[in-house]
Design a protein around this ligand. Structure first.
Ligand SMILES: Cc1cc2nc3c(=O)[nH]c(=O)nc-3n(C[C@H](O)[C@H](O)[C@H](O)COP(=O)(O)OP(=O)(O)OC[C@H]3O[C@@H](n4cnc5c(N)ncnc54)[C@H](O)[C@@H]3O)c2cc1C
Length: 488
């Protein structure tokens, strides 16, 4: 194996933990102090052993590693992150003089809280990011619009747009700074996996790695994205479909800083303009795969014209404020963003990155957990990017899985036990499935250009703009609160 022998730190374990470990027997989790001796497990040449093998060191895998290393009850666990991305070898902050990367995520306040808990948010704040407190969503027909403001829910911001590489870098730095926890990044990939069985008399899954090494793990976490090898090797089936759409993404420049998130629904799909700091914004534009191919190879000036046409002067008129505003205001007396008028988004002056295209689809793993295996992030669910929820759902998985594992540890359960892992699955399906249904519904409703439906959509925009309780609930839900967006 190319990486050095796993060296688990043998000091700094809380006394409480030693007491728990002494009280437990063969079914217990290996502690870093005792792990190499108990359960009869031996480390042979070129074979390593750990408690949790996280396959995939993307945003979600790193967040899980950092989360497990932060919590008193789980920080003793021997965690290995398997991914050969060269990025994982980096140290220190990314250089800010580079143009913003076109892969960004809109992170919700719920995600920000997770990052704060694990000590990663301070690193995001040192690098490029853009909080936004306003959002405007409208329809190309000019029949309706909705403006959201963080004030509506008594918050300072609705979310923050951060480059994915900044999120990964911040999580990596938080991991590197953990005391009492020796985390190991294994720069290789999973090739195949053998699950423990009666036949092989093992409690460990065996991971065969592409560098020829093997790793034995009590629990294998599939954080390896939508084409998850772990999911496939565990025989977990998925349900889903491809959308007849692709998303193109790129970084664009304005003459001044943008502080609002803008999204306009066009006949072929939505275009979003998201602030990313300085005078830059990120474009996420959904269109047919043919249109995406054309736009990708377009001359940059022509592309900029096409973006401004899509965001502002093309397709249809700007929506007007409704007299419903005054009526509802007199009934509810609530002066929130219901009074805010439609605004024209800032003009795009140039494209400063490559234009990338991604095919879009919905995919959901039928099970998130089988014995010894658990899925998180895109390995468990992939959604349409129209509401910027994908990785936020993944970070929700991380919070819940880390908490469930900590609960298991506290009662001396085996972390690979199916009943424990199924608890995580239940919690996450309850959160993820309704969000996936909402996003899929939006995708369908906004991909049809049929006038009765256009009127219905406009009614939806009016309801979201002018009915304060509905508006508040939509904002809270999109910000990561678990409540479904209905009146409360
Ligand atoms: C156009 C677009 C815009 C988006 N915008 C947003 C947004 O604004 N907000 C939001 O919340 N979400 C957004 N998303 C979704 C978000 O990007 C994904 O949800 C997120 O990247 C999933 O993270 P992940 O860590 O689960 O998987 P990935 O990012 O796919 O990471 C998987 C990791 O696993 C590694 N890996 C794969 N196979 C193996 C293997 N065999 N062995 C070892 N390692 C392996 C890979 O190298 C990679 O590092 C968007 C998606 C798209 C396509």
């Amino acid at each position: 194996m190319r990486y050095a022998t796993l060296m688990w730190r043998r000091s700094g374990l809380p006394e409480l933990f030693f007491a728990q470990q002494r009280a437990l027997h063969s079914s217990r989790i290996l502690s870093s102090e005792e792990g190499l001796k108990c359960d009869g497990a031996k480390i042979e040449k070129n074979q390593e052993e750990c408690d949790v093998a996280i396959v995939g060191g993307g945003m979600v895998g790193l967040a899980l590693a950092s989360s497990l290393s932060s919590m008193p009850l789980t920080k003793h666990l021997r965690v290995a992150v398997i991914d050969d991305s060269p990025f994982l070898a980096s140290k220190g902050y990314l250089k800010r003089d580079q143009m913003p990367d076109s892969r960004v995520s809109t992170v919700t306040p719920a995600t920000i809280n997770l990052f704060k808990e694990i000590g990663a948010w301070e690193h995001v704040l040192h690098q490029r990011h853009a909080f936004f407190d306003q959002m405007q969503v409208w329809d190309y027909t000019g029949l309706g619009y909705t403006r959201y403001n963080a004030r509506d829910v008594g918050r300072e911001y609705l979310g923050c747009v951060v480059e994915n590489k900044v999120l990964c870098n911040s999580l990596l730095l938080s991991l590197q700074k953990k005391e009492g926890f020796e985390n190991k990044i294994c720069p290789t990939r999973l090739a195949s996996m053998t699950l423990p069985s009666e036949v092989n008399h093992s409690k460990f899954a065996k991971l065969n790695l592409t560098d020829g090494g093997t790793l034995h793990a009590k629990l294998v976490v599939g954080a390896d994205g939508s084409k998850s090898r772990v999911r496939e090797a565990a025989g977990i089936k998925t349900t889903g479909w491809n959308y007849p759409q692709s998303a193109i993404i790129c970084t664009v420049e304005h003459s001044s800083q943008n502080h609002c998130a803008w999204q306009r629904f066009l006949p072929a799909g939505p275009i979003a303009l998201l602030p990313i700091g300085d005078n830059y914004s990120n474009i996420v534009w959904t269109m047919s795969p043919d249109q995406a191919t054309q736009h990708k190879s377009m001359d940059k000036d022509k592309f900029v014209n096409s973006v401004n046409h899509a965001l502002n002067n093309g397709y249809g008129p700007h929506p007007e404020s409704s007299s419903l505003s005054n009526l509802l205001d007199s009934i509810t007396g609530t002066a929130m963003s219901t009074k805010e008028k439609f605004e024209v988004p800032p003009r795009v002056l140039g494209v400063v990155s490559n234009i990338m295209a991604f095919p879009l689809g919905l995919k959901h793993a039928n099970n998130y957990a089988v014995k010894n295996i658990v899925l998180v992030g895109d390995a468990a669910h992939t959604v349409h990017p129209l509401a910027g929820q994908g990785v936020n759902l993944g970070f929700g998985d991380v919070s819940d899985l880390a908490r469930v594992l900590a609960e298991g540890v506290s009662v001396g359960a085996d972390i690979s036990q199916l009943t424990l892992l199924k608890k995580y699955e239940r919690q996450r399906k309850t959160a993820n499935i309704p969000m996936m249904a909402v996003l899929d519904g939006f995708q369908r409703v906004y991909s049809v250009d049929f006038w009765p439906l256009n009127i219905l959509r406009a009614t939806g925009f009016h309801a979201a703009q002018y009915i304060p309780p509905l508006k508040k609930n939509i904002i809270s839900y999109a910000m990561g609160d678990q409540k479904f967006p209905l009146f409360s």
